[in-house]
Design a protein around this ligand. Sequence first.
Ligand code: FAD
Length: 379
Amino acid sequence: MGGMSCALALARYGHKVTLFERFATPRPLGAGLLLQPTGQAALRELDLLSEIETVSARVDKLSGRDRDGRIILDLAYGRRGKDVYGLGVHRGVLFNALYRKVCSMGIEQVLDADVDDVDPMEGLVSYRQGSAMGPYDLVVVADGAHSRLRERLFGTRSSSLYRWGALWTVIPDPENQCAGALRQVYDAASVMIGLLPVGTGQDGHTPHCALFWSLPVTSEPEWRQAGLKAWSAKLSHYWPEAGDMARKVENLDAVSMAVYRDTRLTRWRNGRAILIGDAAHATSPQLGQGANLALVDGIALAQALEGAPDDLQRALDNFVKARLRLVRWTRIMSRLLTPAFQSSVPGMGAARNLSLRIARRIPAFEQLMLRTLTGEQGF
Ligand SMILES: Cc1cc2nc3c(=O)[nH]c(=O)nc-3n(C[C@H](O)[C@H](O)[C@H](O)COP(=O)(O)OP(=O)(O)OC[C@H]3O[C@@H](n4cnc5c(N)ncnc54)[C@H](O)[C@@H]3O)c2cc1C
C-alpha cells in the first residue's frame, strides 16, 4: 500500500520511479480493511477513491458488545461530521486499483526482486545476492511490518511480535446482513469476533463480509486440527450470526492467520534511504490505521520532496516531523488497547468493559476515541 501510493504520488510530480517487489506476480495478502477518512483522502488525491467507493461498503459505526448483549463500544463516525464514515474494502480491490494505476502510469517495475540490501549513502538497491540497481536519488523502503532492511539500515528501538493474532476470511453475504457497521463480540479479553462488510469486491455483484477471530498465535495448529465444524460451533456459542457465516467457509485454506508486530525505530531515515508504512511504524490492527497510515505516508513524502526540491535532507526531516504526531498517538493507543482486547490476563476484560462504559458517558472522551478512529488525533 505504502510503496504503491508513494510511487504514484512521486510519478505524478514528474519523478522517475522504479518499484521493486519480491513477488514475481504482485498480489494482495489478507482479507478486509477498514479505510478511514484519512486513507480515503489519500485515495482521492490519487484519483482512486470513486473507483474504490463503488465496490466497497460504507461503515457508519464500530459497535462492540459482550456475549450477553451489553454494549461495550459504540462509535458512530457521524458524530465527527455529516460526511464522515469508514469504508470496508476487500484488500484485493484496493491492491488491484493501486496496481492498475502503477501499470497505466508506466512506472518501471522490477518483479521477483527480493531486496536484501540498500546502500543508503550511494542509493543502491541489491537483490538476489548481487544484482544491484541505481544509484537512485532516494530509496523508499516500504517492505512492511516484518521488514528485513529496517534493522540493518535504520536501527530498531523495539520490534516485537504480539502473542495474539487473528484468523481472517472473507465470506459472501448476499443478504447484506453485515451492512453498515464493523461489529464485534467479546468475552473477557480472550474472545473477540468481528464482522466487517467489505462490499461487492472483485466480482462487483455479491456483497461480502470479513470474519475475524482472535487467537494466540501458537494455538493455530490446534485450531486447524479441530476443523471448521468445531469453529462454527464455537462462534455460534458467542454469536449465532458469526457461526452461520463461518458455516459458509469451504475449507481451512480460506482462513489465514495474521500475525502482528509493534515497531519503534531509532530513526526513519539514513542518508538517501527512508522508511514508510508498516516498516516504519507497525502496530496491531486494533485501531484499523495501518493501511491508512501507509497510503498517507506515500503522498506526504512526495509532498515533502516537492516542498524542498533542492534539499533532500530537509525534505525528509519535514516528512518525518509531519507524520510523527499521528504515528506516536496510534502506537500509544494500540499498545494500550491491544491487550485489553486480546489477552488471557484475568480481569482484563471486566476492567476494559467498566472503563469503556464510564468513558462512553464523557463526551470529550468519546470525541477523542472517534478522532483516534478517524485518524485525526495526534500526540
Ligand atoms: C489482520 C489484519 C487486519 C488489518 N486491518 C486493517 C484495517 O482495517 N485498516 C488498516 O488501515 N490497516 C489494517 N491492517 C494493517 C495493514 O494491512 C498494514 O498496515 C498495511 O498493509 C501496511 O502497508 P505497507 O505498504 O507498509 O506494507 P505491506 O502492505 O505489508 O507491503 C509490503 C510490500 O513489500 C514487499 N516486500 C517485503 N519484503 C520485500 C523485499 N525484501 N524485497 C522486495 N519487496 C518486499 C511485500 O511483498 C509487499 O508487497 C491490518 C493488518 C492485519 C494483519
